[in-house]
Design a binder for this molecule. Structure first.
Ligand code: NAD
Ligand code: GLY
Length: 365
């Protein structure tokens, strides 16, 4: 591993390609970076009070260093605010502020802010430029890259949304200093996911660097974010609209979304639900995909070492089935599961027998 604390990647999407800037102090460069794609002096920022209290000043200073002024909307904190009403309020604010369609919108926050502000940017006057400035680990390694934007509906998570790519992603790893431990660990679940689905070497590296990552060592953190974003960028470049390979990013998510919906948004953190989802997917994989038990145990051990949950809440099997059947990954009435053939190789399977699924749910509860 190179001893780097900053790096840049590119998401290759033709005319809509964009850079991901990762490093300590990226926000100090915000104005300079923005001026590579935008010549104006006015931007809009969506954040929330928690993130704004810690990181808005650094971002605004970076913008004003290039003469850019920012107007800020603070939405309420938390997953429950990722809804249609909040989206509508942001659109109203943009209209009242007479935002023009070429003026950028910067999403400063975790995945909730990024998803909701991203959808607002997609909708406002049929699309205004979007900059993702993710501040949670989960948003830095996953939600800020790839263009999925959404709000939740009471009947399902992320059910109302659009694909809308940002023009740049600014990952200032200094922001992680204020991220609560539980949130940081939740983000590590998505990091593990990349190793599990397509990068065995990275999985090995994670096993050897758990303590450095838990200590938020800047070099280890940069490497983990870089490798995660690199994997995501490659998958998104190959399959932007999730007609094939991109579905692999959903390892653990069919189960995870069911947990989040069953318990009400916000009870379990997204990464925690995904971690348990990966445990269940791993166990189903040993039954249906030839995933070796020793590898399943390695996966569970790594998640446990990071402090992620392995056991799931008390949800009756019938409720699981109902919730999972409502998931976006259902196609032609059949549930699709991302399963593991081995660490570093995932597949999508649509032929899983209900009996096998029930057995995993019952024996894991
Ligand atoms: P979040 O946005 O709710 O952030 C978690 C908490 O940490 C919040 O309280 C937030 O205010 C706080 N926070 C964020 N950054 C902070 C910082 N630097 N210092 C202190 N506090 C900070 O949740 P999340 O885990 O970032 O994201 C979860 C959301 O992302 C879910 O809604 C999920 O559906 C979505 N998601 C989207 C995609 C995608 O591709 N679009 C992928 C994965 C997850
Ligand atoms: N987080 C899943 C995706 O971006 O496709």
């Amino acid at each position: 591993m190179e001893q780097k604390t900053s790096s840049t990647l590119q998401v290759d999407l033709g005319a809509r390609s964009y850079p991901i800037h990762i490093g300590t102090g990226v926000f100090a460069e915000a104005g300079r970076l923005l001026h590579t794609v935008y010549s104006g002096q006015r931007v809009f920022v969506v954040s929330n009070p928690v993130v704004a209290a810690h990181h808005l000043v650094a971002l605004q200073q970076g913008l004003s260093a290039a003469g850019i002024t920012s107007e800020v909307w603070q939405m309420p904190d938390g997953e429950r605010a990722k809804n249609w009403e909040e989206l509508y309020q942001i659109l109203g604010w943009l209209l009242e502020s007479r935002a023009e369609r070429h003026t950028p919108l910067i999403a400063l926050g975790g995945g909730v802010v990024g998803d909701l502000a991203g959808l607002a940017a997609a909708l406002y006057q049929r699309g205004m430029p979007l900059i993702q400035a993710p501040t949670s680990l989960l948003a830095q390694v996953d939600s800020s890259v790839g263009g999925k934007t959404a709000v939740n509906h009471p009947l399902g998570k992320n059910m109302i949304g659009a694909f809308y790519q940002p023009q740049q992603v600014w990952i200032d790893t200094n922001t992680l200093a204020t991220l609560p431990p539980r949130e940081y660990i939740s983000g590590l679940a998505e990091v593990v996911k990349y190793g599990a689905i397509r990068d065995r070497n990275f999985f090995d590296w994670l096993e050897k660097n758990t303590q450095a990552l838990l200590a938020r060592d800047p070099v280890a953190v940069n490497h983990a974010i870089h490798q995660s974003c690199r994997a995501k960028a490659m998958i998104v470049a190959a399959d932007e609209r999730e007609t094939g390979e991109r579905a692999l990013l959903n390892l653990g998510h069919t189960f995870g979304h069911a947990i989040e919906t069953a318990l009400g948004y916000g009870q379990w953190l997204h990464g925690e639900a995904v971690a348990v989802g990966m445990v269940l997917a791993g166990r189903l994989s040993t039954m249906a995909c030839g995933f070796e038990k020793s590898e399943q145990q390695r996966l569970e051990q790594l998640l446990a070492t990071f402090g992620l949950p392995l056991t799931f809440p008390n949800i009756p099997p019938e409720t699981w089935m109902t919730l999972m059947a409502r998931d976006k990954k259902v196609s032609g009435g059949k549930m699709r599961f991302v399963l593991l053939e081995r660490l570093g190789r995932a597949v999508v399977r649509q032929d899983i027998e209900e009996a096998a699924l029930m057995q995993v749910l019952i024996t894991s509860s």
